[in-house]
Design a protein around this ligand. Structure first.
Ligand SMILES: [Fe+2]
Length: 352
């Protein structure tokens, strides 16, 4: 494990805390979209279709003869929806939230960049939930290599290897929370690198937000809500989160037409993630949009293989590296950089 690489993951500046990220009216419109256009799928549903796939990316093997069910895995009940993609805002009533001059100014200042463009807009919504997995880095892209032409495993490996910073897109986010619950529900992050002290932004929060660079800073959401309600029974990968038709402010989790859990407004945690691409100056804008210095998969794989040779790792050069499962497994093993281990304890009902 290349733990020393993990220490490179420090954001361009410490998180900046702001309050009243959205006006009351903007927040009302955001929530209205979430109520009216839902219900919303699990975050996990974006990437996985069977419990075996989840196991394969985490602890490894499924014992022979055991048929896995979603209940055995304990699906994290956090749901997601998208509000925009690139230049396109999906809901006209949210255009002022997305093409947001205040946020653009905040991220430009944060990263000391002259130019910014809004790029991602999504929300997470949940009731009581366990901690949001181990601390992680948000996925990143490189000039010439993005989710549109490159598999996720290669983008992740490139980011972790720290060999491709020259091509890595600069990004900044404004992450806002609305959570009135009394137990947990905040945000943990490691602005001084994974061996540094964690920084905690604690709930209750109503429009509190951080300006951050989450591709370069380990982070995760805290557990929230009463411990006994954090793992609703009978969840499936197809479970959804949406408005409770019987309660004008309440929510519910539903699976195969049955309600698994009612989530009252005061236990609902709503995170709004706004992300921008940043450019230091006009030269960077040109290099990106004129594609004068892009990287491609062949260059990237050759650089990774050179790096492994320098590290003394023995391997057979694959004839088709993009399809070679053994080679892909080797890369993920070599560039496993770990992450923070000093994770603050979960808030529990007793501490409330
Ligand atoms: Fe994240």
């Amino acid at each position: 494990m290349l733990r020393e690489l993990a220490e490179n993951f420090r954001p361009v500046a410490p998180p900046r805390l702001i309050e009243e990220a959205y006006s009351e009216d903007q927040h009302r419109r955001l929530l209205q979209v979430v109520r009216d256009k839902g219900p919303w799928p699990l975050i996990l549903a974006e990437n996985f279709s069977s419990p075996e796939e989840v196991i394969a990316t985490t602890s490894g093997e499924v014992p022979e003869g055991v048929e896995l069910t979603w209940d055995m895995i304990g699906l994290n009940p956090v749901f997601r929806g998208y509000l925009a993609r690139g230049g396109v805002c999906f809901y006209p009533e949210l255009e002022d939230c997305y093409y947001n001059s205040r946020f653009l100014e905040l991220v430009r200042e944060y990263a000391d960049c002259q130019y910014a463009e809004p790029e991602t807009y999504l929300f997470n919504i949940q009731g009581p939930s366990p901690i949001g997995g181990p601390p992680h880095l948000d996925g990143t892209v490189f000039r010439g290599m993005t989710m549109e032409n490159t598999p996720l495993w290669l983008l992740l490996t490139m980011a972790k290897s720290c060999l491709f910073r020259k091509w890595q897109a600069r990004k900044g986010q404004v992450i806002a929370w609305y959570y009135q619950g009394k137990i947990g529900g905040g945000f943990n992050c490691w602005p001084d690198g994974p061996s540094g002290e964690p920084m905690q932004i604690n709930a209750p929060m109503w429009g509190r937000a951080v300006v951050v660079e989450n591709e370069m800073m380990f982070h995760h959401g805290q557990a929230c809500g009463p411990v006994a309600s954090r793992q609703p029974r009978g969840l499936d990968i197809s479970s959804t989160f949406g408005a409770d038709p019987a309660d004008s402010a309440g929510w519910q989790i539903e699976t195969f037409g049955e309600v698994n859990q009612k989530v009252p407004a005061e236990e609902m945690r709503f995170l709004v993630h706004w992300g921008a691409r940043l450019f230091k100056n006009m030269d960077e804008v040109r290099v990106a949009y004129d594609h004068t210095d892009d990287i491609n998969a062949e260059m990237a794989l050759n650089m990774l293989m050179d790096d492994m040779r320098k590290r003394g790792i023995q391997f057979e050069e694959p004839s088709d590296p993009m399809q070679d499962r053994k080679f892909i497994a080797l890369l993920s093993q070599v560039y496993d950089i770990g992450g923070p281990t000093n994770i603050p304890a979960d808030a529990t009902d007793e501490a409330a």
